[in-house]
Design a protein around this ligand. Structure first.
Ligand SMILES: Cc1ncc(COP(=O)(O)O)c(C=O)c1O
Length: 311
C-alpha cells in the first residue's frame, strides 16, 4: 500500500504538461492553429494506474513511438524523457488511482492549411487524472455488456492503419454514437470483408472450449489484449490470432472486451444473440479479478512513489 504520510501534497489544481511547461488545468491551452485540432493530425496513448503503479508503461510508450514514427511527427523528445515526464505527471498530481494520456500532434501551422510540411515541431501534452468509470461501468460489467454489430465498418488498413493510435477517431466516435442511439452499451465493428475486428475503443476476444480467438485484422494492437492472451496462455489455452465472423463469436462460450481504462469486461449479448449462458462466464469473471489484482500489486507495473510504497 502507499503510505499517505509519505506521499507528496496534492496540488490545488491538476498539472498538465504542455510543450515543455507544467501548467494548472485551467491554464493548459493549445494553439487554434495546431494541426491536431485542425486535422486530427497526431497520435496519442493512454495508461491506467492503481496504487501508484503505471500498468505496462513501456509497451504503451513503445506503441506511442511507433505511432509517432509512422506519422513522421517531428517529436524532439526522446522516449526516455517522455517516460520521465509521464511518471512526473503522476508524482506532481499526487495521484494514487489514475489514468494518463499523452497526445502528440504535428504542431502549429503558420496558416490553417493542410500541408504538414509547414508545421515546425510536434506539440506534446501529458495529463494524468484521477481514475474514472467509463461507459462500461462496474454495474454493466456485472450483468454483462450488450453489444451491437455496427453498420459502420472499421477504416481499413490501406486507408488509415488502425495500428496507429491516431487522433483521427471519427470512425470510432461515430461507431459509439450508433451503439448509443440504438440503445446498446457498446458495439463491434467489422472490417470491409465482414470479419470481426474491434470495438470503438476496445479490442474483442472470444473463448470457445480451450481456445482463445483474438482478431488481428484492422485493429489497434491493444496492450490489454496482450494481457488477455497472457492470461489465456497461463490457463493452457490455444491462442488463435486470426479472422473470425459474427457466427464464430455468437457461438463462443464467452466474449470479452478489453482496454486499459475499463479493463476486461464480459459480453453477454451480441445484437439479439445470447452468448453462452447469457451471464458473465468463468473466464470473464476470473480475468477481471486478476487484471485488477495485477494493477493494484504492480504486476507489469512501474511504481511512481517508491519511497511511499510499503508491502
Ligand atoms: C480503437 C481501439 N482499440 C483497442 C483499444 C484497446 O487498447 P489498450 O488495451 O491498449 O487500451 C483502444 C484503446 O483505447 C482503442 O482505442
Amino acid at each position: 500500500m502507499l503510505n499517505p504520510k509519505k506521499m507528496p501534497p496534492k496540488p490545488k489544481e491538476l498539472y498538465i504538461y504542455v510543450n515543455g511547461e507544467w501548467l494548472p488545468n485551467s491554464q493548459a491551452k493549445i494553439s487554434v492553429m495546431d494541426h491536431g485540432l485542425l486535422y486530427g493530425d497526431g497520435c496519442f496513448d493512454a495508461w491506467m494506474g492503481m496504487n501508484g503503479f503505471i500498468y505496462q508503461l513501456d509497451p504503451h510508450l513503445d506503441r506511442l513511438y511507433r505511432s509517432v514514427h509512422s506519422l513522421q511527427l517531428d517529436l524532439r523528445m526522446s522516449k526516455k524523457e517522455m517516460r520521465e515526464k509521464i511518471i512526473e505527471s503522476v508524482q506532481k498530481n499526487a495521484l494514487v488511482d489514475f489514468y494518463i494520456k499523452t497526445v502528440v500532434t504535428r504542431g502549429i501551422s503558420p496558416h490553417p492549411v493542410i500541408d504538414p510540411a509547414k508545421c515546425e515541431k510536434a506539440s506534446v501534452i501529458i495529463y494524468a487524472r484521477p481514475k474514472i468509470q467509463t461507459e462500461v461501468t462496474d454495474e454493466v460489467k456485472a450483468r454483462g455488456v450488450r453489444i451491437k454489430v455496427l453498420s459502420i465498418r472499421r477504416v481499413p488498413r490501406y486507408s488509415l492503419e488502425p495500428k496507429v493510435k491516431s487522433l483521427n477517431y471519427l470512425n470510432i466516435v461515430m461507431g459509439k454514437l450508433e451503439a448509443r442511439v440504438s440503445g446498446f452499451d457498446e458495439a463491434v465493428m467489422l472490417d470491409d470483408e465482414g470479419y470481426i475486428c474491434e470495438c470503438p475503443g476496445f479490442n474483442i476476444e472470444a473463448i470457445s472450449g480451450n481456445k482463445l480467438m483474438a482478431p488481428k485484422n484492422d485493429i489497434l494492437m491493444g496492450i490489454t489484449r496482450d494481457t488477455v492472451i497472457q492470461m489465456c496462455r497461463d490457463e493452457g489455452m490455444e491462442i488463435d490470432e486470426g479472422f473470425f465472423t459474427v457466427y464464430d463469436f455468437v457461438n463462443a462460450d464467452e466474449v470479452l472486451l478489453s482496454n486499459s481504462v475499463s479493463g476486461i469486461a464480459p459480453v453477454t449479448q451480441i445484437d439479439g444473440w445470447k452468448i453462452g449462458t447469457g451471464k458473465p462466464g468463468k473466464y470473464g469473471l476470473k480475468f477481471q479479478e486478476i487484471y485488477l489484482n495485477w494493477l493494484k500489486t504492480g504486476v507489469n507495473g512501474t511504481q511512481c512513489f517508491p519511497e511511499a510504497w510499503e508491502d
